[in-house]
Each structure stands twice: as C-alpha cells, then as structure tokens.
Design a protein around this ligand. Sequence first.
Ligand SMILES: C[S@@+](CC[C@H](N)C(=O)[O-])C[C@H]1O[C@@H](n2cnc3c(N)ncnc32)[C@H](O)[C@@H]1O
Length: 354
Amino acid sequence: MSDQALDWIVNALRENRTQNDQQLVWCTDENALNGLPNLQHANLQVITNRWDIAEQAKNRQLQVQFSDFNFRHQGDCTLDGFFYRVSKEKPLVHHLLNQAWRCLKTGGELWVSGFKNDGTKTYIEKIAKLLGCEKSIKKNGQVYSAQLIKHAPFDAQQQLDANDYDLVRPIVPESGLNLVSKPGLFGWNKIDAGSALLIQQLDSVFANRPAPQTCLDLGCGYGYLTVAAAKQTVTAGITNWILTDNNAAALQIAAENLRINQINGEVIGADAGSGIHAKADLLLCNPPFHQGFSVDGDLTDKFLANASRLLAPNGIAVFVVNQFIPLERKAAPLFRQVKTLIDNGSFKVISLSQ
Ligand SMILES: C[S@@+](CC[C@H](N)C(=O)[O-])C[C@H]1O[C@@H](n2cnc3c(N)ncnc32)[C@H](O)[C@@H]1O
C-alpha cells in the first residue's frame, strides 16, 4: 500500500539529489509502511525513530540517526533542507516543525506533506507564519503539501507547543506503579485497557503450570506489561526480563522503567522480535494493529511468527488484542493450543502454547 503524502516527500528528495553541497535532513517514522524507499543521497541524513528503517538505511550506506528525533546536536541555522511527512501525534509534529525552524538556514526549505485528516493544512499554516513565508499549499486529492522557505529567525518563545517533547516524567501515579514516560511513544501517558486486562489474567495462566524464569515483552512500549507483571507473585521466579520494541522512545523509556523499578532485564531494539534468540517461558504481547494511519494485518502475523519462534517448548504466550482482530485464526497454524482466556467485548486475552 502506498502513502501519497510520503511519496510526495520522497519525490522531493529525489529532485534535490543533484545539489551535493547541501545539508538535508529527512525525518521519517511509523508512516513508512513499505520500509525505506530507494534513495541514493550523499549528503542526506535520515533521522528515524524506527529500528527497522534505521537498519535498512545502514544497509544502504545512507547516513542515519536512530533516535527519538533528538536534535540536541544539530546546530541552529545549519540545514538547507528539511523533509517531513507529518506524524500521527501532535506533540511530535510540533517538535519537528520547531526543529526545522531552528535548524534551517535563512533561505533553507521545509518540505512538508500529509493527509487532510492528519491536520496537515493547519500545521502548514502555523509553521509558514513562524517561518515568515508565504504559504502556498498544494492540494492533491486528500494530500496537502508545501515547500516553505525560512525567512524569520527562530524564536523559542513563539515555537509551537510540543508538550515538552523531550521531557521524561512520571505517569499514572494512581496505578500504584512507578512509571515514567514521554510523548513520542504509544499511549504514552496512560495504561492501555487491553494491557491491564492481560495482567489481570496472569494468575489464572499459571494456576497449573511451573513458574516462569524468563519473560519476553514483545512490543514493550514504555514497559507497562513488564513492570506490572513483575509485581505479581506468579512471576517471583523470573530472573531474566527481556523487553523489545521498534520505537526509539519506547526503548529509552522501557530501560528507564526497568532501572527505577530495579528489575533485572535488558531492552533490545528489533522489528517484531526478529533477530532475538531468547527462549521465553512467558511471552507478553499487546501487538500494534495500527501502524501510522493504516491498519496493518501483516504486522500481527509477524508478531505471532516470532512469538512462536521465541517461546520455550513449555512456554506460554499471552496476547491481548482488540476484539475484532482474528488472532485465534492467525495463531492456529503456529501453536498447538490457542485459548481465549477472557473476552470483555472490547478486548480479548488469548494464551498460546505448544
Ligand atoms: C499496543 S502497543 C503496546 C505497548 C505496551 N506493551 C503496552 O502494553 O502498553 C504496541 C507496541 O508495539 C510497538 N511496535 C510497533 N511496530 C513494531 C515492530 N515492527 N516491532 C516491534 N515493536 C513494534 C509499538 O512501538 C508499541 O510500543
């Protein structure tokens, strides 16, 4: 499936390829559904918060920074071009538009694109005003795009509200859990209702099974499933907690939540667990079903295939999904036992074992 807003950015990058002395940055995130497009660029820096895109960029010898869009080391007025297909989360969009304004040279260009329902027109209007440039928005179907030139110097007082994008802060104190988080990762300031339902099933999962020693949290986000599971008596014997995600902010914050909760574990960047070789007695997963703006069924398949590969012979995987995801059907060829533990009309928790 192609994303026309992203295609517009990629075409703009291709058109800018010939001016070799220019410093260009392309920020790309969850919207790159089909992975990294084929680009040859000597002086382009790809900045991505996705581990799989960063790996693809490295393999193609592109300059790449895998980070939570951390611009601390990028000087003011140093860039000639900034390319960006708007993200799903407003704080991240504002953060990146602010960084474009700060880091572009006077006369440098911001190329920005996105769908109507991403709020793109409003984003373009706001940043055009701050850059001191004419807004000339191109509309092609549902896609809004603009090439904006920086005239006005950056002013921190006027920048767009990015909800302190870089600030790591305590969240949900009422949960009784010690958790920190930040914008830029899935449901960053709340506990997912499906994940909470999964945790409530853990006691019954281990009623007739030996206690687990190794736990893998697949698509860990800020680490809720691990931190909450570590509080349960059934997990008292776990000596090795492994957490993995594709998202840079998730990896950073999950590691921080392990540290502040004194949980012995490691956090590994991976695409749906690919490349990990642990064998888990317990595997916890609330898989993503939205990637960027589109529903991606293949991703669920990838999570299930890796769960099956990473489970110890007597291990058990516990998944939670939205009620309409046919996880049982997708899991059936991969696992001997597929059992729905609870279905509350919104979410279902399913155990999988061999
Ligand atoms: C529904 S969230 C669950 C987060 C967390 N486990 C929780 O329960 O709050 C899904 C997670 O999968 C991650 N994710 C999305 N695509 C991924 C991929 N290809 N590989 C690994 N993780 C991915 C997202 O970054 C997100 O943290």
